[in-house]
Design a protein around this ligand. Structure first.
Ligand code: TA6
Length: 314
């Protein structure tokens, strides 16, 4: 079956009978649940899964799915009065059949538009009307793009502010062999030390214990090198100045009911985010936040690919 005949977008049933959309393009694929507007799978042309989803993940409201790409909105973590990470990740989104024209043209046919609007219940906890449009695109090269467009539709003239993150769980072979490049020498807020501000040392970030840091005003590109898999994840982001790096390590892993005791060894969250400075929208205004994920074959030590070259290339 040629690529043009292949079904690029398919609506079907997933875990717990929840609706999901499967995107396919030249052997690559991605899956998005309407519950949470939540990407739960991204596979390359070899069928290898690139995102981590816990074997104990719960696919049942109101629990957010543990893994993939939860969307944190209108509040990141406990940076505000709402439940941790806001409510968008545990609401049912709809397929947006008539989205406004998309700012950039993509040749990809494998994309889906989802939309979230507040329910009466949501307006009681966050009294603001909004339209949150999310486009998930699987690019011809297997790249995964998420573009969020959030519009303030308040009719009472009220502005609103929010914080945001794509809480991406990357699948890695062995966390103790992983390096993150692009965050060196930056300031960060350490969530394990009352959000105190520190400056990162000069080298690539490696992992030997629990990490929960919010890096401030990072470059638009960050690389995650998985030595064992000879794979580098490249995160490109737009409209999302910060980046959160999280690994619960062993103790927190054991404390989370929807997370396996040893699963911290095979995942790393690097989250394109807007946290330090919340985003303010007047009625009628729209914000856009985009992340593009791709992989390049790599092996740092064999010098085949220097991450700095990845970070400096377009
Ligand atoms: O993004 C890092 C973080 O805020 C951590 O503090 C940790 O709580 C993680 O998110 C997971 O949060 P969750 O609410 O999904 O358990």
């Amino acid at each position: 079956m040629s690529n043009s005949e292949r079904v690029h977008v398919e609506l079907c049933k997933g875990a717990s009978g929840l609706d999901k959309v499967v995107l396919r393009d030249r052997g690559s694929s991605a899956e998005v649940y309407l519950y949470g507007g939540h990407v739960t799978s991204w596979k390359n042309e070899h069928g290898e899964e690139l995102l981590f989803v816990s074997s104990k993940a719960i696919f049942k409201p109101p629990k957010a799915i543990r893994g993939g790409i939860p969307i944190c909105f209108p509040q990141f973590s406990n940076h505000g009065p709402l439940e941790p990470h806001g409510f968008a990740r545990n609401r049912f989104w709809s397929i947006d059949i008539d989205p406004p024209p998309f700012p950039t043209q993509s040749s990809s046919k494998a994309f889906i538009d989802l939309i979230l609007k507040p329910s009466e219940e949501d307006l009681k906890i966050w009294p603001h009307s909004f339209e949150f449009r999310l486009r998930v695109t699987l690019g011809p090269g297997g790249d995964l793009m998420l573009t969020s467009r959030i519009r303030n539709t308040n009719t009472d003239g009220k502005v609103f502010t929010f914080t945001f993150a794509y809480h991406t769980y990357f699948s890695v072979s062995d966390i103790s062999e992983v390096r993150v490049e692009g965050l060196e020498t930056l300031d960060y807020l350490d969530n394990l030390q009352n959000k105190e501000r520190f400056t990162e040392q000069g080298d690539a970030i490696t992992f030997e214990s629990e990490v929960d840091k919010i890096y401030l005003r990072t470059p638009t590109k960050i690389a995650i090198l998985d030595h064992e898999k000879k794979r580098t994840f490249v995160i490109r982001k737009d409209g999302l100045p910060d980046a959160v790096v999280w690994n619960p390590w062993d103790k927190k892993a054991k404390a989370m009911a929807d997370f396996g005791d040893d699963e911290h060894k095979h995942m790393l969250c690097v989250e394109a985010a807007a946290v330090e400075k919340s985003i303010t929208l007047k009625p009628g205004e729209e914000w856009r936040g985009r992340q593009e994920l791709s992989t390049v074959p790599s092996s740092y030590c064999s010098g085949q690919l220097d991450p700095q070259r990845v970070l400096q290339s377009s």
